[in-house]
Design a binder for this molecule. Structure first.
Ligand SMILES: Nc1nc2c(ncn2[C@@H]2O[C@H](COP(=O)(O)OP(=O)(O)OP(=O)(O)O)[C@@H](O)[C@H]2O)c(=O)[nH]1
Ligand SMILES: [Mg+2]
Length: 354
């Protein structure tokens, strides 16, 4: 079956065991949400990536495990700093404390930033650090951000939009997840459990997918760090779709994946899709063909789809499919069709650099 250049019997579809060890990767949580997410992903365990957090308050970070590098920023008199929830204050703090945070973010070719938008740390310091990494260090910067719950109010949402504009401008791509989807998708779970699923389950799966590509741990076609860089070159918004279930019910898993909206936009409005399948060792070529066919039907031919497969022993007839949808190019994106490269007010803060 030919499908976007993807041929089931293609010889290029061999297990690729050449580890790409030249890519040094960091997952960096900024602010309260970023700290929560990175801490729970760390406890779940992902290999080949370093973990770090940057925050301003010290009280909330008392339980950070030793394996996570942490920087709690303080002022020049060693007093605690606060953003007072303001995006601008966060950017000013980022500019003033460069020498402290640069120590832990320098030297990585790939940095995955995780932050919640709506506050001053993740929303203010975050894009500043992203900008530094992308512009000055030439790292590939993938930001994963959450939009506030609607019930947090219009003010938070306004701040979040401001921060999103800066993130889009400063990152190679920004993966946007709406916290409201926690309520929609995990209605029957406790709030605590739902947040945990979002933090380590969903965000953890995105990080795992990216790392599988970068380290070529999966069976896939023409997909490596350079390809990923190419896909993310033009910035813009990205999102994910996600489904999980029994391998014998692949069709249901795929339809739940297409119903699993973490953003408000139609999956087929993105430029590229990377579909990462994780299943057990009994996953057949037939299964792979079924997945490709359903996914092809759902997307149509507007979108460049790449499929990668990882088989995990003991996954017990289960299948998990994560789709990373990259580069929203439609008028109806969060920024009403503004290009990611359109200037953002973060540039006003850059005279502070060096
Ligand atoms: N999914 C998820 N969202 C969170 C979590 N904690 C906070 N949020 C969201 O992230 C937004 C920003 O909150 P924080 O991360 O605490 O803010 P901050 O970046 O530390 O910024 P300031 O404290 O204002 O300096 C909130 O408005 C929530 O919508 C979390 O653990 N998981
Ligand atoms: Mg905070």
């Amino acid at each position: 079956m030919m499908y976007n250049g993807f041929n089931i019997s293609d010889k290029s579809l061999l297990f690729n065991d050449s580890r790409n060890n030249s890519v040094k990767a960091l997952i960096l949580g900024i602010g309260g949400m970023g700290t929560n997410a990175v801490t729970s992903i760390f406890s779940k365990g992902i290999s080949n990536i370093d973990f770090a957090i940057i925050n301003v308050e010290e009280n909330v970070n008392s339980n950070i495990p030793y394996g996570i590098k942490k920087v709690i920023l303080r002022d020049m008199h060693d007093k605690p700093l606060s953003t007072e929830g303001k995006v601008e204050k966060g950017m000013t703090i980022a500019a003033m404390t460069q020498s402290a945070w640069r120590q832990i973010v320098d030297g990585y070719s790939l940095v995955i930033i995780v932050a919640g938008l709506g506050g001053g740390t993740g929303g203010g310091l975050g894009p500043y650090i992203a900008s530094y990494l992308k512009k000055i260090r030439k790292s590939l910067v993938i930001s994963i951000v959450t939009m506030p719950f609607s019930l947090e109010g219009k003010d938070k949402m306004g701040k979040a939009m401001k921060s999103l504009k800066n993130y889009r401008y400063s990152s190679n791509t920004t993966i946007v997840l709406e916290n409201d989807t926690i309520f929609k998708m995990f209605r029957n779970q406790s709030f605590q459990k739902a947040m945990e699923i979002m933090n380590s389950g969903i965000i953890g799966s995105i990080v795992e997918t990216i790392m599988d590509i970068v380290y070529e741990k999966s069976l896939h076609m023409n997909l490596d760090f350079e390809t990923l860089k190419g896909m993310m070159k033009n910035g813009g918004e990205s999102t994910i779709i996600y489904g999980e279930g029994e391998r014998k019910n692949i069709e249901n898993v795929i339809s739940s994946m297409f119903n699993s909206r973490f953003s408000s936009f139609d999956p087929s409005n993105y430029r590229n899709a990377i579909i990462n399948i994780i299943s057990d060792e009994n996953f057949t070529v037939d299964d792979l063909e079924t997945v490709s066919r359903y996914i092809g039907d759902m997307f149509g031919d507007k979108i460049d789809v790449r499929i990668s497969l990882k088989t995990v022993e003991g996954y017990r007839e289960k299948i998990k499919i994560t789709g990373l949808l990259i580069g929203h190019g439609n008028e109806e994106s969060y920024m009403n069709g503004e290009k990611a490269s359109d200037s953002a007010f973060i540039d006003e803060y850059f005279p502070f650099f060096f």
